[in-house]
Design a binder for this molecule. Structure first.
Ligand code: LLP
Length: 417
């Protein structure tokens, strides 16, 4: 059984019918399953049992405080990319010593705050960043722990927008240049080298490129050790895919089993930064059919969610499963385009979906727990959706729906004359 299954003809989140959630909180809303999030994190952690490791959840995938707090309670580490994410993790009870700071454009202020709270490591992406970090750490009279994010030049074979490990991508330091940057770092008085890392892309359904990247990193570690530059941890980034439709990605256990084989006999701590694989299938976007608009060419079901709530179909042509919460038998199924009310042709969540629909029906957009709410916007002055966490028979509002007045509360008019 998964966290979102049909029971008595109605789609449930754990033990709660989604219709009850819609009645209580309104639509559109994101609904998450506590159990699914916890099980997914534990699958990663358990797959590394017996090896020194830290599973750093990639906060960007879903940064709701309740989600972060559940993971913090399990002892998770966190992968952050901004001071905003850092403050969220701290507010949610995450331990600073388990945080890695990724991202290629860290500001001096962000570095200062991360040093002040004592994060585990900065994943450094350029020489310029390294030099800035040395300067900030010197001003604070501290040593900044660093890992170099190298670009191993492997093709992750995923969507070009979420592929990051090729030479032409903006991310990381060319692996051929990495030894030179490590030597430079080793000379810096306020820098402490602790790791190496890479992240080659997201939604990977084959682990071959991840293992290729691992081998390239191990060769680099050996090369540096020969120069007396010792690397303690190996951070493999995130990227493991999930099933949206019929993809069959490796499980964390399959993938990490291979990783462990390649690491046999080495004294390395393993870090991973999974995001999507922990939260994607732990959430749905619950939405109601507002109007039906059958035309000669196409049938449009206009829902109350839109591209501003879930941009993945518009941005990456991503396919997301869409199911009726209470499938009906009193009308014939038709092919529907499931579209939002936003004034863009790209505002669709699914095309040509066979569904039996009537106005007012509830639909669940599957796999919306990752890169859903976090990528939402206020385009067309639409308030962002509520977020609900289900825990067995209970539901909790973990982010209330925005109000219209909040949307322009920070704006002001020019003086009269
Ligand atoms: N670590 C780093 C440095 C990353 O850049 C990312 C994701 C992750 C970890 C987590 O990767 P995951 O395990 O979630 O694949 N918005 C896109 C995905 C962008 C991923 C960006 N980086 C989407 O909706 O498909």
């Amino acid at each position: 059984m998964t966290a979102f299954d049909y029971q008595n003809g109605e789609l449930h989140a754990e033990a709660l019918p989604l219709s009850a959630i819609a009645d209580q909180y309104g639509t559109p809303c994101f609904v998450y399953s506590r159990k699914a999030i916890e099980q997914a994190w534990l699958a990663w952690d358990q797959a590394l049992a017996g090896t020194p490791h830290l599973v750093c959840y990639a906060v960007k995938a879903n940064s709701n405080l309740a989600v972060l707090n559940l993971l913090a309670r399990l002892g998770a580490g966190f992968d952050i990319v901004s001071v905003g994410e850092l403050e969220r993790v701290l507010a949610a009870g995450g331990q600073p010593s388990r945080i890695v700071f990724s991202g290629l454009g860290k500001t001096a202020e962000e570095m200062r705050r991360a040093l002040e709270v004592g994060i585990h490591c900065f994943n450094v992406e350029s020489t310029a960043e390294l030099e800035r970090l040395q300067q900030v750490a010197a001003e604070m009279n501290l040593k900044a722990p660093i890992s170099l994010r190298v670009n191993p030049d492997v093709d992750a074979m995923t969507h070009p927008y979420i592929s990051t490990g090729l030479k032409e991508n903006k991310f990381g330091i060319d692996i051929a240049k990495a030894p030179e940057v490590y030597r430079h770092a080793a000379q810096m008085p306020n820098i402490r080298i602790c790791g190496v890392d890479c992240h080659i892309g997201s939604q990977l359904t084959d682990d071959t490129p991840l293992i290729d990247a691992l081998d390239r990193l191990l060769a680099l570690i050996d090369q540096m050790a020969a120069e007396d530059i010792y690397i303690e941890h190996l951070d493999l980034g995130g990227g493991l895919g999930v099933t949206y439709r019929d993809e069959v990605p490796p499980t964390p256990a399959d993938y990490l089993g291979k990783v462990r084989k390649h690491l046999a006999g080495r004294d390395l701590t393993v870090l991973v930064e999974p995001g999507r694989s922990i939260v994607a299938n732990a959430g749905v976007l619950l939405t109601r059919v507002n109007l039906l608009k059958p035309t000669e060419h196409k049938n449009f079901a206009i829902i109350d969610a839109a591209m501003n709530d879930l941009i993945r179909p518009a941005l990456y042509s991503a396919w997301m499963g869409i199911d009726a919460v209470t499938p009906r038998t009193d009308v014939a199924p038709l092919q529907w385009d499931i579209v939002g009310p936003v004034c863009e042709t790209g505002d669709f969540l699914g095309k040509d979906r066979e569904l039996a629909l009537a106005e007012g029906d509830l639909l669940a957009v599957r796999s919306a727990g990752a890169y859903g709410f976090v990528m939402s916007s206020n385009y067309n002055t639409r308030a962002r959706a509520a977020e609900i966490m289900v825990d067995g028979q209970h539901s909790h509002l973990v982010r209330r729906r925005e109000t219209i007045s909040e949307l322009f509360a920070g704006e002001s008019l020019l003086p009269e004359v």
